[in-house]
Structure formats: structure tokens, C-alpha cells
Design a protein around this ligand. Structure first.
Ligand code: SAH
Length: 233
């Protein structure tokens, strides 16, 4: 079994590169892939760079070139739901693309023909994440994630996304990674720790909390990887 561990930014995978040993580095398609193995499970780590296009590209490469059997994403997100605080850890039950808009043709926002507004993520991976979090006394909140090629730092856009997608958290990669994984029949887990609340202060909060939030998400991810390798041996 081979597991892909994906982040968007170097900060999101730095804790993973620190934890795993004997890493082999491969350059491909203007990006770097880090291969290792842990307790008999092969692992490929990468950060895609920010946004939907880069994250879709990297996910495709992890599946097609590196032959990964599942993709586990770890990173940070902005909160839309008032019940989420900076530092909370979330797992996505479904994703959508909030900036996908052909409403001029009468379609619902986030929908394109032959696609779907929401993609449900893998139930068994969510269950494993929930169990691992519980065992480690971590509160893991189940959320709907809205993805788009915009850093959201204003209440008006936040409100739009809340209204149209009932989303709890906002980021820039989950929805595109989900499209690739769903199309290729590869299970996906999206873990996100909250770095900001997508309001006026979001840029400032993001810079302040990126490192600690990214670490919290990566730490839980490592425990999930260990549980998956134990279960599937
Ligand atoms: N500071 C970075 C840019 C970060 S963009 C730079 O200058 O290079 C924000 C990243 O964190 C994206 O990968 C996105 O997935 C996530 N994210 C966190 N908060 C977000 C928010 N409020 N809106 C959109 N994405 C957010």
C-alpha cells in the first residue's frame, strides 16, 4: 500500500518531513516529491503550491506517476462557521468549489454539467480519523469545506459562501483534490486546522497561526497514517 501525504504549502508538510526518516527526493513537473516508508507502508509526501490548479496537478501525479492508493491532505483553513475557533482541527465530510460559477446559464453556483456541487469524501477514512482523534483526546470537527482560488478575508464573501454552500471552513485546495480523487476512484481525507476566521484580520491571523495550526493537523495525520498501516497489514 502506498499513501500520499499532501499539503499546499511547505509549512504544511514540514512537520511530516521532520518526522519520517530516510527520505528520497524526486523532482518531477516542477515540483519535489519525498518518498519514504514507515512501518512497512510506502509514503509519498508533497506540497502542491497554493490553489486549485497546482493541487489538482500534484494529486494527479501522486496517483498516476507514484501510484498512491489514497491521498491524505493536511493543512490550514479559514473558519466560516462561528462554532470554529482558531486552532480547531477539522475533517471534511464533503467539499465544493465556491468560485465555480456558470449561473448565467441557470445552473446552481458550484455546479458544472457532468460534475456535482458537492463531493462526499471517503467515509472509512473519516471514521479512522475520528477514532484516532478520540484515542488521542483531540476534538475533531466534521465540516463542509468550500474551496476557491481566493484567500477570503472579508465578511461579504464569507456570507455568500455560507449561504450558497452551508460551508463551515474555507480553503484553496480541498475541492480540486477531491475532483481528481473522485474521478480516479482514490479515497481522500482532508484534515484542516483553523488558522483564521476569513474576516478583516484573516491575513494577520493566518501569518500568526500558520505554523502551530499546520503542526497540529500534521501531528494528527501522522497518527492516522500509523493506524492505517496497522489496519491494512
Ligand atoms: N501567506 C501565503 C499565502 C497563503 S494563501 C503566501 O504569501 O504565500 C492561504 C492558504 O491557506 C491556502 O493554501 C488555503 O488553502 C489556506 N487558507 C487558510 N485560510 C484561508 C482563507 N481565509 N481563505 C482561503 N484559504 C485559506
Amino acid at each position: 500500500m502506498k499513501i500520499a501525504l499532501l499539503g499546499a504549502m511547505s509549512e504544511e508538510i514540514a512537520p511530516l518531513l521532520k518526522f519520517f526518516k530516510d527520505i528520497k527526493t524526486t523532482k518531477y513537473a516542477s515540483n519535489t516529491y519525498y518518498e519514504t516508508s514507515h512501518n512497512g507502508t510506502d509514503i509519498v509526501i508533497a506540497y502542491s503550491k497554493i490553489g486549485k490548479v497546482f493541487s489538482a496537478l500534484t494529486t494527479t501525479i501522486l496517483i498516476e506517476k507514484f501510484r498512491c492508493d489514497m491521498v491524505l491532505f493536511s493543512g490550514v483553513a479559514g473558519a466560516i462557521s462561528p462554532s470554529l475557533q482558531i486552532g480547531d482541527i477539522t475533517v471534511a465530510t464533503k467539499t465544493a468549489q465556491h468560485d465555480l460559477d456558470i449561473t448565467a446559464f441557470g445552473h446552481d453556483v458550484g455546479f458544472v454539467p457532468e460534475g456535482s456541487k458537492f463531493i462526499d469524501l471517503d467515509k472509512s477514512l473519516i471514521d479512522i480519523a475520528t477514532t484516532v482523534a478520540k484515542v488521542n483526546n483531540i476534538t475533531l470537527k466534521k465540516v463542509t469545506v468550500a474551496t476557491g482560488d481566493q484567500f477570503i478575508a472579508n465578511d461579504k464573501r464569507k456570507e455568500f459562501i455560507k449561504e450558497n454552500f452551508k460551508a463551515d471552513a474555507i480553503e484553496m485546495e480541498g475541492g480540486s483534490v477531491a475532483v481528481v480523487c473522485h474521478s480516479m476512484g482514490v479515497p481522500l481525507l482532508v484534515l484542516r486546522s483553523i488558522s483564521d476566521t476569513a474576516d478583516m484580520d484573516a491575513g494577520f491571523d493566518f501569518d500568526k497561526f500558520l505554523s502551530t495550526s499546520a503542526k497540529a493537523s500534521a501531528k494528527l495525520l501522522i497518527r492516522i497514517v500509523e493506524e492505517i498501516s496497522k489496519e491494512r497489514q
